[in-house]
Design a protein around this ligand. Structure first.
Ligand code: BGP
Length: 465
């Protein structure tokens, strides 16, 4: 028998600033690296996105109608700080106050991501996260966030998907130079991001006795491709290097032994200054947020130069690494139209493993089904595959809760259609359709999909449909 969802379970949905807002040149917003990325031809840019910047009031009203108890959005650093963090941009500050106040008006818990891929471009020009000074910039920005919004926000997420940024930097767009950082540089950047995060955890806890803060990692359980022992080792490599290595530093304050060895063997070990480990150990999260979409199936490296190109479907973030592991197909699971593995039991397993390891409450900040939804001649969108996907994942969460895992809430991606990280506007995840295509903005009208009515019922019945 399954337990019911807790009464205060945070039924929600998510977006990020750059994928939803648009208005990239308005109100003295600075350019972010995302604004400067090179987009493939015919794929929507982020300049208008879903026009949430102008429509937020109407959109949040729709979220209230949907019955959301929580709404996760990110704050664009480039909207609220002026060049060099010199002062705050009041227009940007007000914009996010307005979003938060609208949420609170409807009894929706606002959940804030502080940084969702969109570093200010002027910082990138100074070396980005490779430059240790970026840590101080991030701290200043964080302090402004806590001072401005601290009294209204109970859940903060520091960095969205640090592991995606470091392990698969190309997945979120190409820098203007066209050159991605080297691996050595990436792990140095990783170290700096971890330091910034630990410092932010610490200053937040000095300021707030009641609020919660945590990292948001892309986490998926893995399966070994066969019972061959070398596949088991490869799968463990993958799970450690792709997931735990980031969270172990965030939660325990230290690099785990496999990660250290991996970095040392490849001469990728970052420069670590004298007090860094003290800094890392001094900042602790209150909970862990995960973005979960799929499981990965992992086989031993063939070591013949093909590990990195061997793909399981189109899932760009499931690449292999020479000598460490390679991706394999899983014949037991379905895939989305974009080739992403659909595996609800994998969510239950991921939650168990995460809880086993850290025993911290878990917030699911993304999960969803990307598909090219079409409006029919009656102006309706019958996204039944999405409903099926979400239904199964909600059931898996209920199973995990029944197992004894502490799950605080579920915030699927995405509240409303947004621009996909690298696949434009045709790849939709929302409960609310935005009437535009990659190339034609139309009127940007909002249309409730079938999943909207379905999720509304689920929320009103606390997890049942
Ligand atoms: C996550 C990101 C989101 C979102 C989602 C779906 O990695 O945090 O920003 O975009 O993936 O990915 P995509 O848009 O590539 O389908």
């Amino acid at each position: 028998k399954l337990n019911s969802f807790p009464k205060n379970f945070l039924w929600g949905a998510s977006i990020s600033a750059y994928q939803a807002e648009g208005g990239t040149n308005e109100d003295e917003k600075l350019a972010s690296i995302i604004d400067k990325y090179i987009h493939p031809e015919g794929v929507a840019s982020f300049e208008v996105a879903s026009d949430f910047y102008h429509n937020y009031k109407e959109d949040i009203k729709l979220f209230a109608e949907l019955g959301l108890k929580a709404f996760r959005f990110s704050i664009a650093w480039t909207r609220i700080m002026t060049f060099d963090n010199k002062k705050v941009n009041e227009k940007g500050i007000d914009f996010y106050h307005n979003i938060i106040d609208e949420c609170i008006k409807y009894g929706i818990e606002p959940i804030v991501t502080m940084y969702h891929f969109d570093l200010p471009y002027y910082l990138e020009e100074k070396g980005g996260w490779l430059n240790r000074q970026t840590i101080d910039y991030f701290l200043e920005y964080a302090q402004v966030l806590f001072q401005e919004y601290g009294g209204k926000i109970n859940y903060w997420l520091t960095i969205n998907e640090q592991n995606t940024m470091i392990l698969h930097p190309g997945a979120i767009g190409l820098p203007v130079s066209g050159n991605l950082p080297t691996k050595k540089e990436l792990f140095q950047m990783n170290h700096h991001v971890l330091l910034a995060q630990a410092k932010v955890f610490k200053i937040y806890h000095e300021l707030s006795a009641t609020g919660n803060i945590g990292p948001a990692i892309n986490l998926t359980a893995m399966y070994q491709a066969t019972a061959a022992p070398e596949d088991a080792i490869a799968a463990h490599n993958w799970e450690t290097l792709r997931g735990w290595s980031f969270l172990d530093v965030a939660v325990r304050g230290s690099y785990n032994y496999l990660f250290e060895k991996y970095l040392q063997d490849r001469e990728l070990y970052p420069t670590i200054e004298k007090n860094d480990f003290k800094t890392l150990a001094a900042g602790k999260p209150d909970f862990i947020a995960i973005n979960y979409y799929s499981t990965a199936t992992i086989a031993a490296s063939k070591n013949d130069g093909t590990d990195e190109s061997a793909r399981a479907g189109d899932q760009q973030i499931m690449l292999g690494e020479e000598g460490v592991y390679r991706a394999a197909e899983n014949p037991y699971v379905d895939k989305t139209p974009y080739g992403w593995v659909v595996d609800a039991s994998g969510l239950r397993l991921t939650l168990r493993k995460l809880y086993d390891r850290y025993e911290l409450p878990i917030l699911i900040t993304e999960n969803g089904y990307g598909a090219p939804d079409k409006m029919d001649s009656n102006g309706e969108i019958h996204d039944i595959e999405r409903i099926d996907y979400l239904r199964k994942h909600i059931r898996a969460i209920q199973e995990a809760l029944t197992d004894g895992v502490q799950v605080l809430g579920y915030l699927p991606w995405s509240a409303i259609d947004v621009v996909s990280t690298h696949q434009g506007f045709n790849k939709r995840y929302g409960f609310i359709y935005v009437d535009r295509t990659d190339t034609d903005l139309k009127e940007l009208a909002r249309v409730k999909k079938d999943s909207f009515y379905w999720y509304k019922k689920v929320i009103s019945q606390n997890g049942l449909d």
